[in-house]
Design a protein. Sequence first.
Length: 90
Amino acid sequence: MWDPEYPDLADPELQVALVRSAVGRRETDRDRCRGCQRTPLVGERVYLDGEDRLYCELCRALERGPIVRSQIVHGPEFGHTMRLTDHRLA
């Protein structure tokens, strides 16, 4: 939709370039499995080797090196939720 205040945004090529740029920035921030390049899902267990390379559940069997630790993938709200506590007298 053309907006007289922002006439340059009516250019479809500019719109496509802006969307591609935003998608590219999001892709660089994501953790990916070293084996299959898949982004792990929230709640999935992932495994890290000694060099902090991440492996999904399926690809960890293919990794010959030792797995140092595992962790659960959390969503973006992790750490920002409230915990209700009961402060009534017993």
